[in-house]
Design a protein around this ligand. Sequence first.
Ligand SMILES: C[S@@+](CC[C@H](N)C(=O)[O-])C[C@H]1O[C@@H](n2cnc3c(N)ncnc32)[C@H](O)[C@@H]1O
Length: 301
Amino acid sequence: MISVVKRSPLFYIGDKYKLLKQLLPLFPQNINNFYEPFTGGGSVFLNILAKKYILNDLSKHLISIHQFLNDNANDGKKILDNVYKIAIRYNLSRSFREDVVPQNLKNEYKKTYYAQFNKKGYDKLRALVNENKENNPLILYLLVIYGFNRMLRFNGGGKFNLSVGNVDFNKNVEKALLNYFSFVKDKNIVFATIDFEDFIKSHKFTKDDFVYLDPPYLIAGAEYNKYWGEDSEKRLLNMLDLLNKKNVKFALSNITHYKKQKNNLLINWKKQYNSHIVGSHYFNYHNNGKKDIKEVLITNY
Ligand SMILES: C[S@@+](CC[C@H](N)C(=O)[O-])C[C@H]1O[C@@H](n2cnc3c(N)ncnc32)[C@H](O)[C@@H]1O
């Protein structure tokens, strides 16, 4: 098992980074092919040892960034040099190498000086992507890193539509990138970007294969949850029953309770499997239900 948990350089909303210390001991020890239908930022696969990684996410843009980082894993230094060059050209803060934010801006905007400093350059970069003048996943990655909440979000017309965040390309980002490169460079990893059900159905599973699933949650809102409804949830649970019949090991992350809501579909379904409570949010029906969230890992082994 991996002892130091690595964070994905995508800093993805809803990532499993903080839960990994609890999740990893619940995973099988010996994994042949590791399947992840909902890869997101990749915090989970980066902390798994397997012979092969078969990774999927419906977001084509997200997978294009993973693919780019994988293709360039042997040239990590060059990628960071390119980041540095782009940051200079667009006058973006770059504390991983130097602090260029003027002191007077820091004094004037004590808590938001990165956003103030980066806004102009960020808008120019975003325009390049949205006017199709730039199709480089590194530029898209930089829009995430310097963007609001580090999200990857497009509007209905396919335009990247987040604004600058109060964030920087700092040493933490550099470290996460270098960790990503050094992990993936000698691994056998393939990516797909299709619906989870088609992804699972298109593979033949063998002994010691393991499927980890971290889908959007039916009862909690995140950007990628907006197309996830009861139909998707039912498709997912049926598919897991099929995997179980084929003796394929799976582990599903989810929440059964969120504030005052309950996911009854999941609560009933999980009775046939093993359920482990994870997370640090103490769940109690009687404390007004405000911050209550009950996170589980459901396994068939
Ligand atoms: C909770 S996030 C996964 C987070 C990931 N475990 C991490 O640590 O970063 C769920 C992911 O499912 C993807 N997704 C949503 N609907 C999907 C579908 N029908 N098929 C495949 N992926 C989907 C979203 O794009 C999102 O990245």
